[in-house]
Design a protein around this ligand. Structure first.
Ligand code: ADP
Ligand code: MG
Length: 204
């Protein structure tokens, strides 16, 4: 996919700033069913991305995504670092140079597979996968108007993790007590997806 470099810079910057702006919320969500570090983990990772924004903004998009993924693996830590790292690296690897929506959907499918493989996880386990998979379904459904649906679908999917019992990650140690809280990784995934859509629609 070829973007003009200004748009590419805005995309990377907006995603990073959006996640950083929600640090406290992500910390609070992770405090309820984890160890409370998700917001700080993500903030550290995306601050590293912002520090290299000039570099990432000048690269072909696929290379930039791979670079962002590597930065996240190195800086985020926890369970989510390698998982989001895999997502971005696989997306960068699979993205064709000239991709329309179909190419993007294919690349995103490969990226979601990479996260599933890394986490040995699937939908319904109260993780970021519970947002990534419905987002992929929206991308793949060509009858759906993307800008209108993708962000709201991601937000709904994050909310839908509240009544689920966690079966992966730290929250799974809580068993039944993980019920009644939104999964922090599902929330951070929805934040990133909405940030991308805001940029694509010219809202950010
Ligand atoms: P840690 O759990 O090591 O403290 P974080 O708090 O940064 O790491 O990230 C927690 C999030 O990672 C969870 O909310 C969940 O969405 C995601 N996660 C954890 N384990 C898995 C897994 N096996 N597959 C997919 N996502 C996972
Ligand atoms: Mg944590």
């Amino acid at each position: 996919m070829e973007l003009d470099l200004e748009l590419q810079r805005r995309l990377i910057r907006t995603v990073a700033e959006r996640v950083i702006a929600h640090t406290d919320e992500l910390v609070a969500l992770d405090r309820a069913i984890g160890d409370g570090d998700h917001g700080l983990n993500m903030k550290r990772g995306f601050e590293a991305v912002l520090a290299d924004l000039d570099k990432f903004a000048a690269m072909p998009l696929g290379e930039a995504l791979k670079g962002v993924g590597m930065a996240l693996v190195m800086k985020v830590g926890g369970a989510s670092g390698p998982l989001y790292g895999s997502l971005f690296m696989a997306l960068g690897k699979a993205l064709p140079e000239q991709a329309g929506r179909a190419g993007l959907a294919q690349a995103f499918a490969a990226a979601v597979e990479a996260v599933k493989a890394r986490g040995k996880s699937d939908v319904g386990q109260k993780t970021m996968i519970d947002v990534l998979v419905p987002a992929l379904a929206v991308l793949q459904d060509t009858a759906v108007d993307l800008p209108e649906r993708l962000c709201s679908a991601a937000q709904q999917a994050a909310t839908a993790t509240i009544p689920v019992r966690a079966l992966r990650g730290r929250a799974s140690f809580l068993g039944e007590r993980s019920v009644g809280h939104m999964d922090p990784g599902a929330r951070s995934a929805s934040l990133m997806i909405c940030a991308v859509m805001d940029v694509m629609e010219g809202r950010a």
